[in-house]
Design a protein around this ligand. Structure first.
Ligand code: ATP
Length: 233
């Protein structure tokens, strides 16, 4: 459903992406891993339309999207959970969710709220609490829930587990699998290399703006290079 083909992205004169290509098929969880500064966030931003590649193409369900503005890309069904969550801290949980649903009708919003509260009962309990006063884990749940409010068919998640305790991380990973089981494809950028590859159908390793290795989750876990450099075994 998603095809990124050889995109180059520059920040001024600095070239952050050197022609990476990747795909996400329907029903897959695909992991994008790599060291800090490799270009993972930049790749997600390019897919969301927040920055424009100077070369290459991005196709989503056979529509070319790399020249479209972000709101149109969101409308086509691509959701982003950004790095650092970017919640409206002075608004309640409920209000944050409504902000995520700005393109939807009232009845759709009602149904979707029910859907996300089912995934995250904790958010339902805390629906009237200010987002800024939630715990780190709850804030991350809210960031994922907010992105789901547009009912994306592809959800991109950037560094969901940053700063969270391992137990919370594994809970969030379970929710990601449930979201996939609900029919949403997932492209996930993650530092917890081993856990993310375990749950992913496929993975890509990015270094210095290029894809240097790709394969199924299992193949990636068995790669000597990944073991040595990223898993320390
Ligand atoms: P991290 O895991 O640290 O978030 P990343 O793989 O997501 O890393 P990016 O954030 O995509 O990496 O950054 C790729 C490169 O582009 C880095 O060298 C970074 O310094 C640079 N870069 C990112 N955003 C900008 C910007 N707005 N202006 C200039 N350079 C940028």
């Amino acid at each position: 459903m998603l095809e990124v083909n050889g995109i180059n992205v520059f920040y001024g004169k600095f070239q952050a992406l050197w022609g990476p290509s990747l795909t996400v098929k329907k029903g897959e969880i695909v992991a994008l891993i790599g060291p800090n500064g490799a270009g993972k966030t930049t790749t997600l931003k390019a897919i969301s339309g927040l920055i424009k590649p100077s070369e290459g193409t991005i196709m989503f369900n056979n529509t070319r999207i790399d020249k479209l503005p972000p709101h149109q890309i969101a409308k086509l069904g691509i959701g982003l959970v950004p790095e650092g969550r970017q919640l409206f801290e002075k608004l309640t949980v409920h209000e944050n969710l409504l902000m995520g649903a700005y393109l939807k009708s009232k009845s759709e919003v009602r149904d979707t709220l029910e859907f996300v509260f089912q995934l995250f009962p904790r958010l339902k309990e805390r629906r009237n609490q200010l987002a800024g006063t939630l715990s780190g884990g709850e804030q991350q749940m809210l960031a994922v829930a907010r992105a789901l409010m547009l009912r994306p068919s592809l959800l991109m998640i950037d560094e969901m587990s940053l700063g969270l305790m391992p137990k919370l991380v594994s809970q969030l990973f379970k929710v990601v699998e449930r979201i996939r089981d609900e029919g949403v494809s997932i492209l996930i950028v993650e530092q917890h290399v081993e856990s993310v590859l375990r749950m992913s159908n496929r993975g890509y390793l990015m270094e210095q703006g290029r894809i240097v290795l790709e394969g199924t989750g299992d193949e990636m876990l068995k790669s000597d290079y990944i073991k040595k450099v990223y898993l320390g075994v």
